[in-house]
Design a protein around this ligand. Structure first.
Ligand SMILES: Nc1ncnc2c1ncn2[C@@H]1O[C@H](COP(=O)(O)OP(=O)(O)OP(=O)(O)O)[C@@H](O)[C@H]1O
Ligand SMILES: [Mg+2]
Length: 267
């Protein structure tokens, strides 16, 4: 079971925003789409979530062709947290916002309430339950958008630019949630420019440029093979340090860096 893009094209009217993309995302995998503004990351995310359908080619979610399946069928499997959470918020309270999708999916009231409560708690929003969603701050809205998708527990979860506007504590919580989801066998798909955030996860990375995948591989491979600046990507500090230390394999965490520096000093 997996997500499969088969020679997918998408146009909003003029030119292709996505042009001939083929790839597979397996269960339990952490995948990142990186690339500069307007390269096509959000469009790819929407294609995978079945929100937009390919102009040419096909997207399959566990064998379901998104063009031939109902959006409600796809949405049970693929959850997406939008880049701009305002598009996701339209209920009158934070709690109702989380309950809305669950009710649509047919969960009983009590069960839905339990799921929603747990999700709000996971993102530190318990005290906000009765607030109008649009009264939340930017970062809080983003957390609410995370809670909504987390609550319905889909197998594939897409985070579109999840780190934007998030402070240190929220970023740490987001990291923990991503690790938890992967541990529970979910696939997590992240679109981001935030190489610093992605680096320690060592995701399977797809570099997107003008709607095409121009490179793919792990962060470790990216380190060995790619000039970050050529793709307008910021090289993570730990990658820079790894290069300065002339390491064959990059360090992915500060702890690894400390060990590597000890090794270099011992020479
Ligand atoms: N609704 C739309 N109508 C017309 N063109 C669009 C629309 N949405 C996106 N595009 C265009 O499609 C291309 C890809 O956009 P997309 O949002 O997928 O990029 P992105 O990589 O997510 O960018 P960012 O990093 O800024 O979020 C861009 O050229 C964009 O202008
Ligand atoms: Mg985008």
């Amino acid at each position: 079971m997996m997500i499969k893009l088969d020679d997918v094209y998408y146009t909003y009217g003029t030119g292709y925003a996505v042009e001939g993309i083929s790839l597979e995302i397996k269960e339990g995998e952490l995948v990142a789409f990186v690339g500069h503004n307007g390269s096509g990351k959000t469009t790819i995310a929407k294609l995978i979530a079945g929100i937009v359908k390919p102009t040419k080619g096909s997207v399959f979610v566990d064998g379901l062709d998104t063009k031939k399946s109902k959006t409600s069928e796809i949405i049970r499997k693929v959850g997406i947290v939008f880049q701009n959470p305002d598009y996701q918020l339209f209920e009158s309270t934070v709690l109702d916002e989380v309950l809305f999708a669950l009710k649509n999916m047919g969960y009983e009231k009590d069960e839905a309430l339990e799921m929603a409560t747990k999700a709000l708690e996971r993102f530190g929003l318990t005290a906000f339950a009765q607030r109008p969603p649009l009264s939340l701050s930017g970062g809080e809205k983003k957390r609410l958008a995370f809670s909504i998708v987390y609550a319905w527990n889909p197998k594939y979860i897409i985070f579109d630019e999840p780190t934007v506007g998030q402070d240190k504590k929220n970023l740490e919580n987001l990291s923990a949630v991503i690790k938890e989801l992967i541990k529970n066998g979910k696939s997590v798909i992240i679109t981001s420019h935030d190489m610093e955030f992605l680096w320690p996860f060592d995701p399977l990375t797809f570099v997107v440029e003008k709607g095409k995948i121009v490179w793919n591989g792990s962060m470790r491979e990216l380190f060995k093979q790619l000039d970050f600046s050529k793709f307008n990507l910021t090289e993570p500090q730990l990658s820079v340090i790894s290069k300065k230390l002339r390491l064959k394999n990059p360090v992915l965490t500060v702890e690894e860096a400390v060990e590597a520096i000890k090794g270099v000093n011992a020479l």
